[in-house]
Design a protein around this ligand. Structure first.
Ligand SMILES: NC(=O)c1ccc[n+]([C@@H]2O[C@H](COP(=O)([O-])OP(=O)(O)OC[C@H]3O[C@@H](n4cnc5c(N)ncnc54)[C@H](OP(=O)(O)O)[C@@H]3O)[C@@H](O)[C@H]2O)c1
Length: 286
């Protein structure tokens, strides 16, 4: 048991961090704590007014910018407007078990929010990243199944939970492939995974899986859930580490380096997924 808490965050003065989806939930706690430790925190959010109100009065330097990770135009605009070092990029924004919907780009809303949008954002911002990219995934990646011929749920009947699990496995494979490309290029930048376990936020409010949140002895409060993200963002862990709660099943507890599911360590699949995703977003761009 590590019992690591946000009180042990290093001094982050002079460092710039982007946290996506930081207007509420785990993203807001992550942004708050990183700013308290001295970082200049950029909140990439859909509703800038709500985010501004959320951080009003909190100590630290916050910069609130418009970003809808499900909208590739918005993702590109956010990246195009970036200049200067970006020490830590935290891909936190996410949705869970939502009904089938297509974005303006024609993409599956859940998949693009959790995986494809962050994939594009990361690739566009990578040249500015000096320290690491943190991908917020889920223990549910262990149940994930990816169909490379139908990444975007066009052929198969859509299922909200299956799409969530697949998107979070895609995030784990993205981290694997990104880390291997960074290592091959001799880069010191790291790709790190964070799993909050189960944290009682609004994420699953509309989902049948929300029933788990009633069992508080099984779950983390949001403050503790965010610790995995904070640990992954700031501690000296090896590239492609999977940071998650140290308790039973990785569902609650304090952050520790754990092991991702076997499917998340398949390097061949990770390379194929990278190519298939590039093809998908290339088709949107053209
Ligand atoms: N809570 C858990 O138990 C748990 C477990 C495993 C993984 N996670 C992951 O942790 C991350 C944060 O979840 P949470 O628990 O904090 O949930 P949450 O309270 O529902 O927060 C989700 C955040 O994502 C933002 N978001 C959603 N779609 C977006 C988009 N298209 N563009 C930009 N931002 C968007 C939301 O912004 P709006 O305010 O604009 O809606 C909100 O700030 C997610 O990736 C989730 O999958 C959570």
């Amino acid at each position: 048991m590590t019992k690591w808490t946000a009180n042990e965050l290093p001094d982050l003065t002079g460092r710039t961090v982007v946290v996506t989806g930081a207007g509420r939930g785990l993203g807001l706690i992550t942004a708050r704590e990183l700013a308290r430790a001295g970082a200049h925190v950029v909140l990439g959010v859909r509703d800038t007014g709500k985010a501004r109100r959320a951080v009003a009065g909190l100590p630290g330097i916050f910069d609130i910018r418009s970003l809808d990770v499900s909208d590739l135009k918005s993702v590109r605009a956010f990246a195009d407007s970036w200049s200067g070092d970006l020490d830590i990029l935290i891909n936190n924004a996410g949705v869970m078990d939502i009904p089938a919907a297509r974005t303006a780009d024609g993409l599956d809303l859940q998949t693009v929010t959790n995986y494809t949008g962050p994939f594009v954002l990361t690739n566009l911002l990578l040249e500015y990243v000096t320290d690491r990219v943190v991908h917020v995934t889920s223990q549910l990646h262990r149940q994930g199944k990816i169909d490379l011929t139908d990444l975007d749920w066009r052929r198969r009947k859509y299922n909200g939970m299956r799409a969530y699990e697949a998107s979070k496995l895609a995030v784990v494979l993205f981290s694997l492939e990104l880390q291997s490309q960074l290592t091959a290029a001799g880069s010191r930048v790291r790709s790190v995974l964070a799993s909050p376990g189960i944290a009682r936020t609004a994420l699953a409010a509309h989902s049948r899986s929300n029933v788990v949140n009633r069992f508080t002895f099984l779950t983390n409060d949001p403050e503790r859930g965010a610790l995995s993200v904070l640990y992954a963002a700031t501690q000296d862990v090896p590239g492609n580490s999977y940071v998650g709660p140290d308790g039973l099943g990785g569902l609650r507890g304090y952050p520790a380096v754990r092991r991702q599911g076997k499917a998340g360590l398949d390097q061949v699949m990770a390379g194929r997924l990278w190519d298939a995703t590039n093809e998908l977003v290339g088709a949107v761009a053209s």
